[in-house]
Design a binder for this molecule. Sequence first.
Ligand code: NG1
Ligand code: MG
Length: 494
Amino acid sequence: MSTVPIVTSLEDVYTQVEKQKPRYDTIASHFNSEYNLQPQYYARAPGRVNLIGEHIDYSGYGVLPMALEKDVIIASVLLPRMVNLCSNTLPKEYTTKVVSVTINNNPSSAFDNLNIDPKAHHWTNYVLCGVKGVLQHIKNLNDTSFKSSDLSGKTLDLYLLLDGDVPSGSGLSSSSAVVCASSLTTSHALGYSKEITKEQFGSLTAKSEQFVGVQSGGMDQAISFLGQRNQAMYIQFEPTLSASPVSLPEDVSFVVSHTMVSSLKSQTAAKNYNRRVVECRLACVLLHKALTQEPLLEGPRTLKWLQEKLNSTFEDMIAACEKHLSKEPYSMQQIAESIGLKDSDELQSRFFPSVDLHDKSNLKLQDRSIHVFSESYRVIQVEELCNKNKGDNKSEKIGQLMNESHYSGRDLYEASCPELEQLTTLCRSTKGCLGSRFTGAGWGGCAVSCVKKENLNEFLDTVWEQYYAKEHGGSKRENVLFASQPSAGAAIIE
Ligand code: NG1
Ligand code: MG
């Protein structure tokens, strides 16, 4: 296990350094005009594109993302008193909002005092999640004094300025990039960046991003820390977080294309994202009862935990969903009664205590769990095709699995939208495309397509012409339609 690199040269982080240098210069000059100081260091955390494995991380299953060159950078300086925060590239009304957090030399009280309002839906919440996650980690280390001699006994102050080029609400993990960069900045300021491994950072930020009120899995934060240049990664969560490189076939590129519709995940959580998380947990409850005759009374448990407990194949699990779960939606009351609980409140307090779904019926357990098992199996097949299989038509098979992933996410998970349908259909019918699917949570955001390298330029021109040119011609093409380069994971640049 390694720690996040602290580098002095942009070459160690970016492939296209000539593009990045001017950006850092601009950040430094904004920082200087905001605070009348030079930044002392930068924390950089990338966004990601997930190639396959959607909505399965929170059920414990492995996923296959790559880190992007697009990222969030937080410039910082250490000074007495407060955390001031402003943003370089977010819309103007955001830049005037200044958040203040006093972190004194007792991380434990700082942790308790840092409140994040999940109803606020403000980007600064993500920064606070990163700060809070690190303080919580340090608190758990049971270390009441800061190690850095410079800081011990003093009040710590961070002056931050944030700059990001991951489009927000795009399914490319802009929110997690902010959380990760913020956690890195905080830990570095407190003298802890070398005490926390990349895996620990991935886990602590996955937990702390939940303070915004979304029950997210851990994919985005894990890849942001564990990403490697030129490699996609196979990320696994159980028994503990791990990542191994995946060699993608050389004859294809993976193209990201934005629908131009934002996916407002935290605002729609009760209807969409959190509801899916709860549906998976409750499918686990009912399958456990049906397959072991025992009620599952403590939780939440993941579907992967159940599959391992039963030592069953994916085919067995899918057959069990078809046999034991109703295709018709369930109500919470119905599920509670079937495992001998009093009512839906008791069910909620055992399996999703901090989640409010408003509507207590209409839970589609069969469709959701079949998606989870079939999608998790597709991830394993893609990983094996990439790393083990030397046979023919590797890329075609991967493209086919990506299409199947999309159809399952659309039909069984109901996570697509008209614009994602229009865009993925267009991509699939364009020459050189072997498969196309939505990436990230869905309900807007981006698609990812597997495209033959020999057709790449033509593919980009056609999709630009047919999806973007008329309505979204004002956008910069490289921001909304691009072949993604797997980038390195998070780093501190001094
Ligand atoms: P995006 O699309 O970045 O919001 C979300 C979750 C992931 C994962 C995917 C679906 C967060 C921070 N991330 O990603 O954990 O569940 O959806 O596969 O909520
Ligand atoms: Mg996100």
